[in-house]
Design a binder for this molecule. Structure first.
Ligand SMILES: C[S@@+](CC[C@H](N)C(=O)[O-])C[C@H]1O[C@@H](n2cnc3c(N)ncnc32)[C@H](O)[C@@H]1O
Length: 256
């Protein structure tokens, strides 16, 4: 299978583990992504001038939904995740009195009963296997209400040669070495940084996390009837840390 590089040699699996997943979400990039999601969601909600309907896809224990739920007026908030333990953790959060539904389902297949004004897909697309990513995005497009947006929080790898596993792994290694160094510099807790190293390990091993480059995402998007309204680079802020197209982004998508 190839030798795992020392920078990714960590043993902290977090699939079906809400508390370790949440620990990873305390790191600087993830906090910045939540903040950017919240700012963008406020702007989108303001356009509607009424309480909106929100879908959080691949919601895990509901971190993104919870942040957005505290920032916008919603009439319906639906969280979908295929992991029963994540859904259980999401149910334990203290939600407001509004209508909150937590659904155990596959995000590629699940269809709600009505379209949504806002769809959150934070760290969602890279959890979907590559051969299902287009179907995943198309399923979201089919559930977007007119005038609505999909907010995608995503980490894009530096470009690699398509179908070349060694090239892909070099890209993963480079991305995660830069990301871990940035989190150390930001003063994040060592335990939380270990979770991010485990993310890199999952990508390197091609299981549970399937990150791709921005170019691959754009290719998938082209097949869906969605267009990117805006791209906001969350990390790195400085140039020279990673190639220009890679890093952590918040993308706002709309129907053509
Ligand atoms: C990193 S977590 C998402 C974090 C969350 N969106 C947030 O912002 O706090 C990824 C989640 O995707 C879920 N997942 C992966 N594949 C899925 C699928 N096909 N359908 C539904 N959920 C899926 C996993 O169970 C996991 O809980």
């Amino acid at each position: 299978m190839g030798t795992l590089p020392p920078s990714l040699a960590v043993e902290l699996p977090y699939e079906s583990n809400p508390s370790v997943t949440e620990l990873g979400h305390t790191t600087a990039t993830e906090r910045d992504l939540y903040r950017a999601l919240k700012d963008e969601a406020r702007k989108i909600a303001a356009r509607f001038q009424r309480p909106i309907s929100v879908l959080d896809i691949c919601a895990a224990s509901g971190g993104a939904a919870w942040h957005i739920g505290s920032a916008v007026r919603y009439r319906r908030l639906v969280l979908v995740d295929m992991d029963p333990l994540m859904c259980e953790a999401a149910r334990k959060r203290s939600w407001g009195t509004e209508d909150v539904e937590i659904v155990l389902a596959d995000a590629v297949e699940w269809r709600g009963s009505e379209p949504f004004d806002l769809i959150l897909a934070n760290s969602a697309y890279h959890h979907i296997q590559d051969d299902r990513k287009t179907a995943f995005l198309m399923n979201l497009a089919a559930q977007l209400a007119p005038g609505g947006n999909i907010l995608v929080g995503e980490h894009f790898l530096p470009d690699y040669a398509d179908g070349d596993i060694e090239s892909y792994r070099r890209s993963v290694q480079g991305f995660y070495e830069a990301r871990v160094a940035a989190l150390q510099e930001a003063g994040d807790a060592p335990g939380a940084i270990e979770v991010i190293r485990q993310t890199g390990r999952y990508c390197w091993e091609r299981r549970y996390e399937y990150q791709v480059s921005r170019h691959v995402f754009v290719r998938h998007l082209a097949a869906t009837g969605l267009r990117a309204r805006s791209w906001k680079r969350i990390w790195p802020a400085e140039s020279g840390v990673l190639p220009e197209d890679s890093g952590s982004y918040l993308i706002s998508l709309a129907l053509h």
